[in-house]
Design a protein around this ligand. Structure first.
Ligand code: ADP
Ligand code: MG
Length: 373
């Protein structure tokens, strides 16, 4: 089984669209494909028509419960294409896993078990470089770094590439990185220059295929199908088909040279690498629509978010929603700048345990929002 993690900490650059369409074309080409949705926003699952509001098991259980296997959770959405769906409950996994043994190997151990059942595993990552993305990187032989022509996206791509190289050096693992440019608009000079710049920076790692910008993607996602099934002849569909052919063409090269799959990784080195990694992005997550805050508090009756963005006004705190596993969450659209916040749990102030970025160890948590790219 060949495994590919689709990554970039920047949201909205085309990761999920790539994961869904690559997986679906691979299945069309007769490959047995498993798509693992590792994003609490679950757009890949929704995009393939899974009803994520009524899941009994999900990626969350695969990572958290040693008894749950990928086979228990995966759903067949079309011929040859299986999905391990996620939902917002997954947002708690990073926090709950921190400090637990073997936290960075959870996905790898589960994928190892189904190794013989699939030709490809594609993992759609969240727009952050936390423990979920780290699990995906460790689990997969290859990383497909996706970016759209924007400097935030390039920055994210360089950062994630650095982190993969770090893991690679610390563990002496050969992990392949390939970079894909999406939402390319050849009519704009910026797109053209960006492509040239990316080719210089990433060289051989860039895919020859570039995905062009087309409105059809949004339409396809709304219908809960991959673009290959919705509009076979549009440019986007042709581009993803070409990408898939390029990925398949790599198979031979991979088996013949350079490539060596991860087997038993040396955990101590990995943990160090992961700590560096996680420290680079603790706490809340940047998601489409704002910042996703979450807190594990099964015992609580009421959790609110209060901060500089609502003038620390107790009357107007943002009320968090509770999931059945005791995780509370909310998404707030914060403007650029430095924001301070705390949770109020049943009336008591509490800093966010997942956010080490504080004004003081016990004080307000800090989240910095940069101008959106
Ligand atoms: N090539 C493309 N052309 C036009 N729109 C696109 C393209 N690829 C993705 N999109 C749209 O951009 C938005 C973000 O894409 P998505 O794949 O969800 O990004 P990510 O997973 O990185 O957050 C979605 O609305 C999607 O339909
Ligand atoms: Mg996504």
């Amino acid at each position: 089984m060949r495994s590919i993690a689709v990554v970039n900490q920047k949201g909205g650059c085309g990761k999920t669209t790539t994961a869904v369409n690559l997986a679906s074309y691979l299945a069309d080409f007769g490959k047995r494909v498993l798509l693992v949705d590792c994003d609490p926003q679950s757009h890949a699952s929704i995009g393939l028509g899974v009803d994520t509001d009524n899941l009994t098991t999900s990626t969350y259980d695969v990572l958290m419960n040693p008894q749950v296997s990928i086979d228990d959770v995966s759903v067949e959405v079309t011929e040859n294409l299986h999905v391990v769906p996620s939902n917002v409950v997954l947002s708690a996994a990073e926090q709950q896993l921190s400090g637990q043994p073997d936290r960075e190997n959870r996905l790898r151990r589960k994928l190892d078990v189904v190794e013989g059942n699939f030709d490809y595993a594609i993992v759609d990552c969240p727009p952050s470089v936390g423990l979920l993305t780290f699990n995906a990187i460790v689990a997969c032989d290859e990383a497909m770094v996706v970016m759209e022509p924007s400097f935030y996206s390039l920055h994210g791509a360089l950062k994630v590439t650095d982190s993969i190289n770090l893991v690679r050096e610390q563990l002496g693992l050969k992990k392949r990185i390939r970079v894909l440019l999406t939402m390319f608009d050849k009519r704009t000079r910026f797109s053209q220059e960006f492509l040239r710049e990316a080719q210089i920076r990433f060289g051989r790692e860039m895919f020859d295929t570039v995905i062009r910008r087309t409105v059809r993607f949004r339409e396809a996602a709304n219908w809960g199908v991959a673009i290959s099934h919705y509009a076979r002849t549009c440019t986007g569909a042709r581009d993803y088909k070409a990408l898939t052919q390029e990925v398949i063409a790599d198979e031979e090269r991979l088996t013949s040279e350079e490539f060596e799959p991860v087997k038993e990784a040396e955990t101590s080195g990995l943990e160090r690498g992961m700590d560096d990694w996680i420290l680079s992005q603790p706490g809340p997550h940047f998601v489409e629509g704002g910042i996703l805050f979450s807190l594990v508090a099964p015992e609580a009756n009421d959790v609110e978010l209060i901060g500089s963005f609502n003038n620390w006004d107790r009357e107007h705190g943002v009320v968090l929603k509770r999931e059945s596993n005791g995780v509370w969450h909310t998404t707030v659209d914060l403007g650029p700048g430095r924001h301070l916040y705390k949770f109020v749990v049943d009336g008591a102030w509490r800093p966010d345990p997942a956010n080490g970025n504080r004004t003081d160890p016990n004080e307000d948590c800090i989240i910095e929002v940069y101008r959106r790219g």
